[in-house]
Design a protein around this ligand. Structure first.
Ligand code: BG6
Length: 514
């Protein structure tokens, strides 16, 4: 973003953000939670920013019978139930609602797709472009895509694109991800498929490219010669809530690691691409994920720690035992926390540990990437009472977006004493961001035909392949799930894993947060 976009205290819109081309968005799962909580507010925000074309239209598709009017009323009620998100009495809302219609249909019934074809034909004078957003249970991803293909709705020509957006989870393991990719690729070209990883819509994750490749100072020291280790954390305070059925069959490893955590790792470790071209960027990221060392069962202990929360308090509120949550087995061994030691076997990263941790019902919500540099040689300062701490660069992804750098400074006075100080960049100090759910960029990019921030088939498969080796290793070894209290920083074994290498996790609860 150029300095002309820096407007303190005002809404910032890049002056070069042109409206996306006119298109028709079909949302499968129109009455679902994702549509209500994320897609609707994101579309509202995009409309508010003026980046949706006048020829834009939305069709909700779902099996619950409803008229256009009733569906608009449902959306208006849904939006009103999310305080402070959409102003349902304003012009933007009217603009958006005037473009909303509804198609009642079963996802498995070819007639549904006949109906979609008719609507598209009616809109042909305005646009032939269409996006099919699968905001549905994963079991429908393959079916809906095949039905769209069979109805000829995925055929593109020079004047019209056809894109499919596929939500997460993309498969439950490597074979199922491969099978789903094969089904999708049988009816659509790779460039038509937009596999969502919503972490890539987060502003600070995208900013990793700017930080690393837009500055002269970081890249020369971004390697095993200068970096000691990397810590990637996605700590959540939420518990499993009402998602027990999905979560107990999935666990933290499958839910977060092959997708979100590896995307953060790939952004940190990738080589500079030659351009911002989608495939140039995605190829470099995929190479990192492919280079993650597969864990041997004999190495599982000391490389992976799985944890499960017990009753406790998060932010002063009681949280019950994971095993007492709805739809969770009373003897469940599913992990709600996982910590891993990963290595990227490339020339740049050979021997540098990447510690990755994620968990639910933890002390604080914090997603960050911490790069710890090698210690300065201590000869000059060896007589000082406290040892010098290594430099630490932290990229704060959420909730407080920013970047901080820890370094040593001299404490004022006649004696030479050093102390750690922190230099903090806070996004909020420089940029007044438009309200965002994190999905706006992803939807906008898909409408514009830019898949850079979406997962390619090979990236997804590489992620699962690396995780499979971890799953096999932990299930073959003596690994057992370790308990931790809700509201803590996770199981003690996770600290032991780092301590064995001479490191410590950055405390989850620490001040000042940027
Ligand atoms: C989802 C996971 O993909 O990401 C959830 O299924 C998790 O379990 C969520 O809570 C975290 O996303 P965010 O944006 O809240 O950090």
């Amino acid at each position: 973003m150029g300095s002309e976009n820096v407007v303190l205290g005002q809404k910032v819109l890049a002056p070069d953000t042109a409206p996306a081309p006119a298109s028709t968005l079909f949302i499968f799962g129109a009455s679902g939670d994702l549509t209500k909580r994320l897609l609707l507010p994101s579309l509202y925000n995009l409309a508010h920013e003026g980046v949706l074309d006048d020829g834009f239209a939305i069709f909700g598709v779902d099996h619950t019978p409803s008229s256009d009017e009733e569906y608009r009323a449902y959306l208006t009620e849904a939006a009103a139930s999310l305080p402070g998100v959409c102003d349902t009495s304003g012009d933007t809302w009217s603009w958006l609602m005037s473009r909303v219609s509804y198609i009642t249909g079963d996802f498995e019934d070819p007639q549904t797709y006949g109906g979609i074809g008719e609507r598209l034909a009616e809109r042909a004078k305005i646009t032939g472009n269409a996006v099919f957003y699968l905001a549905v249970a994963p079991r429908f991803f393959g079916t809906i895509s095949e039905q769209l293909g069979a109805a000829g709705l995925l055929k593109e020509d020079d004047t019209a694109f056809r894109h499919i957006v596929v939500e997460k989870p993309f498969g439950t393991d490597l074979p199922s991800a491969k099978a789903l990719n094969a089904r999708l690729l049988a009816v659509a070209a790779e460039r038509q498929i937009y596999r969502i990883d919503h972490f890539l819509g987060k502003e600070t994750v995208q900013n990793m490219m700017a930080l690393r490749f837009g500055n002269g100072i970081f890249e020369p020291i971004w390697s095993k010669e200068y970096i000691d280790h990397v810590q990637i954390t996605a700590a959540e305070t939420v518990s499993v809530e009402q998602r027990g059925r999905f979560y107990d069959a999935t666990g933290a490893l499958r839910d977060m690691v092959p997708n979100h955590m590896f995307q953060l790792l790939a952004m940190t470790a990738m080589e500079p691409p030659n351009s911002f071209d989608a495939d140039a960027v995605r190829t470099e990221k995929t190479k990192v994920i492919e280079a993650i060392r597969h864990i041997k069962p004999s190495d599982a202990i000391g490389t992976a720690v799985r944890g499960q929360y017990r009753a406790g308090f998060v932010n002063g509120q009681p949280v019950k035992d994971y095993r007492a949550e709805n739809d969770v087995a009373s003897n469940s061994r599913t992990e709600t926390y996982v910590a891993l030691k990963c290595f990227v076997d490339s020339w740049r990263w050979n021997g540098v540990p990447f510690y990755v941790r994620t968990g639910k019902a933890l002390a604080t919500r914090r997603t960050e990437i911490a790069i710890q540099f090698k210690r300065a040689p201590g000869v000059l300062f060896r007589n000082m009472p406290a040892a010098l701490k290594p430099n630490l660069l932290v990229i704060h992804v959420q909730p407080h977006e920013g970047i901080s750098l820890r370094f040593a400074a001299k404490v004022p006075g006649r004696k030479v004493r050093l102390s750690d100080v922190e230099m903090d960049f806070k996004y909020a100090d420089y940029f007044k961001a438009a309200p965002s759910t994190g999905y706006e960029t992803l939807i906008y990019d898909c409408l514009c035909g830019d898949p850079t921030l979406f997962q390619r088939a090979d990236t997804i498969e590489a992620g699962w392949e690396a995780v499979e080796s971890i799953i096999e290793a932990v299930s073959a070894g003596d690994d057992d799930v370790q308990f931790y209290s809700a509201g803590s920083s996770g199981p003690a074994m996770s600290d032991v894993m780092l301590a064995q290498d001479g490191f410590q996790w950055l405390p989850l609860e620490r001040e000042p947060a940027p």
